[in-house]
Design a protein around this ligand. Structure first.
Ligand SMILES: [Zn+2]
Length: 76
């Protein structure tokens, strides 16, 4: 028995080999839940900061990134 993935319409075998049924994959399951979409949308969209980074020296970019990582891991 096969069903179509609600997200991408791909045929999915309805059985133990398809743990994410009726979705073809965890990705499609997350898309349906809206979680994956929210995460992925944030990546390709270039912020003004990213545009500025394109004009910066690689050393400046690395310094900026290391600062961001430190902020990220800082306990709030
Ligand atoms: Zn799918």
């Amino acid at each position: 028995m096969k069903v179509n993935c609600p997200t991408c319409e791909k045929a999915v075998e309805w059985g133990e080999m398809s743990p994410y049924r009726p979705f073809c994959s965890k990705k499609c399951q997350l898309i349906d839940l809206g979680e994956w979409a929210n995460e992925e949308k944030a990546i390709p969209v270039k912020s003004p900061q990213d545009q500025a980074a394109a004009n910066m020296d690689i050393e400046d970019i690395e310094a900026m990134l290391s600062e961001q990582e430190q902020d990220f891991f800082k306990p709030s």
